[in-house]
Design a protein around this ligand. Structure first.
Ligand SMILES: *Cc1c(COP(=O)(O)O)cnc(C)c1O
Ligand SMILES: [Zn+2]
Length: 426
C-alpha cells in the first residue's frame, strides 16, 4: 500500500490519529476530520487538470467525486468504488427565481446521483475505505437516503449491508431501495436519533464498519458537491450557497472543501453559506440564533423526513464551517417547505421535501434582505422527487390541508367518452 498522505485529527483536542484505522471518534469523544497534506498539494493540482478529466473515459475521472481525488482521498485506482456519482445538473429556473424573489437562481440537483441523493458522493468514499480496511460488513442508521446509497454501493462491492431505520417515518422510495439492493434492514422502535445511538453500539461490538456521516471519509466525498458546482460555473465562486441541514454532514463537507480550495490558493474568496432547517427539527438554528452551544432536541417532527434529526452528529463541524464562510442558519415551516416543493416540482425540476427547504429558505432570506435580490445564489437540491411519492400524491389530493390549497394539481376522473374528456379539458 502507498503511504497515507492524510491524517485523522480530533476537532476537540487536536490529537492526531493514523489515516487508516477503524475509528469514528477520538479517545476524548470528539469527532474526527480528515486532514490532507495541503503543503504537499500546493502547486501540484489545478483546475485545468480537473477540466481535462471531464473528457476522459477512465471511470475515476468520470466520477464527479474521484475526478477531484487529490482533494478527496488519494488512493490507488483499483481501490476506488464508483457508480459514476455526481455529474448532476445545474438548473436555472425563472419560475423558482421569481418565487424566491431573486433575479437569478441556480439549483444543483443532487437527486440525479445514482441512487437519487447526494449521499452517493460520500458513500463511494466510505465503501472504498471499508475495502481498504478489509471489512466485509457495513452498517448505518438512516432516515432513508444513506441506507439506499450504502445498500447499493455495498452490493456493488459484494459487502453485506445492515441498515437501521426509524419506525414509520421513512419515505417509501428509500425503503424500497434498501430492500431491493439486498440490505439487511432493521426497523427500530424509535426515531432516527435512537437508531443512530444503537448502530454505533452494534458496530463497536461486532466487526462492522459504520458508514454514517460520523465517519469522516463520508464528509470527504461530499465536499465534491462544492467542487463540481464551481466546475459547472467555470470556477466562478457564487455569493451564496444554500442547502438543507439535518445531521449537518453536508454543509460541514461543503465548507471544508471550499476552505481547502482557498487554503491552496485555488479560489480567492469563500461563498457565504445558508443552512436551512425545518422548524420542527432545528437544533442548529437555535444554537446559531442564540449563540448558545448546540443542544440536542427530543421529539423532532417535520414532513421533510431526511432532516428530521434532533441530535446532529456534525454540529461542531457545521459551526466551524459557518464561521469560516460567514454563514447563516434559517428555519422554515413544513407549509413553507411544501409550497416551495410545489414550485420546484411544477418548474419541471422536482425534488424531495427536505431538498425544497433550500428554496423555502432562500425565499425567507431574500424577503428579510439577508440575501440581496441581485446576488449570485446557488441552491443544493439534495434528493430526487420520487424518493417520497406519498407526500406528493397526498399534497395534490389535498390531504395535507392548507399548504396544498393554492398549488394543487387535481387528478381528473372522467367517464371513458370523448365528450366527457373534451369537457374536462376545457
Ligand atoms: C441526508 C439528507 C439531507 C441532510 O443532510 P445532512 O448532511 O444530514 O445535513 C437533506 N436532504 C436529503 C434529501 C438528504 O438525504
Ligand atoms: Zn480528542
Amino acid at each position: 500500500m502507498t503511504p497515507r498522505s492524510w491524517k485523522l485529527v480530533c476537532l476537540d483536542c487536536a490529537r492526531e490519529h493514523a489515516g487508516l484505522e477503524v475509528r469514528y471518534r477520538c479517545d476524548c469523544g470528539g469527532t474526527l476530520d480528515v486532514v490532507h497534506d495541503l503543503e504537499a498539494l500546493r502547486g501540484g493540482i489545478d483546475f485545468a487538470t480537473f477540466d481535462r478529466r471531464l473528457v476522459s473515459k477512465e471511470p475515476a475521472n468520470r466520477s464527479g467525486v474521484w475526478r477531484f481525488r487529490e482533494l478527496i482521498l488519494p488512493v490507488d485506482a483499483e481501490a476506488i468504488a464508483t457508480r459514476g456519482e455526481g455529474n448532476t445538473g445545474l438548473y436555472e429556473s425563472k419560475a423558482v427565481a421569481s418565487y424566491v424573489g431573486l433575479s437569478r437562481v441556480q439549483l444543483k440537483h443532487e437527486g440525479e446521483n445514482p441512487t437519487g441523493s447526494f449521499k452517493d458522493r460520500g458513500m463511494c468514499v466510505g465503501i472504498t475505505v471499508a475495502g481498504l480496511l478489509g471489512k466485509r460488513r457495513v452498517a448505518c442508521a438512516s432516515t432513508g437516503n444513506t441506507s439506499a446509497s450504502m445498500a447499493s454501493y455495498a452490493a456493488g462491492r459484494g459487502l453485506e449491508a445492515i441498515v437501521f431505520i426509524p419506525e414509520g417515518k421513512i419515505a417509501f422510495g428509500k425503503l424500497s431501495q434498501a430492500l431491493a439492493y439486498g440490505a439487511k434492514t432493521i426497523q427500530i422502535e424509535g426515531d432516527f436519533d435512537d437508531a443512530m445511538r444503537l448502530v454505533q453500539q452494534v458496530c463497536d461490538h461486532a466487526d462492522i464498519y459504520l458508514l454514517n456521516s460520523i465517519n469522516p471519509f463520508r464528509i470527504e466525498g461530499q465536499k465534491a458537491i462544492g467542487f463540481e458546482l464551481l466546475q459547472d460555473r467555470d470556477w466562478q465562486v457564487p455569493d451564496w450557497i444554500v442547502l438543507p441541514g439535518g445531521n449537518l454532514g453536508n454543509n460541514s463537507a461543503l465548507s471544508k472543501g471550499l476552505m481547502e480550495l482557498k487554503a491552496l490558493g485555488l479560489i480567492e474568496k469563500l461563498p457565504r453559506i445558508a443552512v436551512i432547517q425545518a422548524h420542527g427539527a432545528n437544533p442548529l438554528y437555535r444554537a446559531f440564533s442564540s449563540g448558545e452551544p448546540l443542544q440536542p432536541l427530543e421529539g423532532v417532527e417535520t414532513i421533510a423526513t431526511a432532516i428530521r434529526i434532533g441530535n446532529p452528529v456534525s454540529g461542531k463541524k457545521s459551526l466551524r464551517g459557518l464561521a469560516a464562510c460567514h454563514g447563516v442558519v434559517e428555519e422554515v415551516t413544513d407549509d413553507e417547505i411544501l409550497e416551495a416543493k410545489a414550485v420546484v416540482d411544477a418548474a419541471g425540476i422536482g425534488a424531495e421535501p427536505a431538498s425544497c427547504a433550500t428554496v423555502a429558505g432562500m425565499r425567507k432570506l431574500a424577503a428579510s434582505g439577508v440575501i440581496d435580490r441581485g446576488a449570485d445564489v446557488c441552491g443544493i437540491l439534495t434528493g430526487h422527487l420520487l424518493k417520497d411519492p406519498d407526500t406528493v400524491v397526498r399534497y395534490h389530493r389535498g390531504e395535507l390541508g392548507e399548504p396544498s390549497s393554492k398549488r394543487r394539481n387535481t387528478l381528473i376522473q372522467v367517464e371513458p367518452s370523448l365528450e366527457a374528456i373534451l369537457a374536462a379539458l376545457d
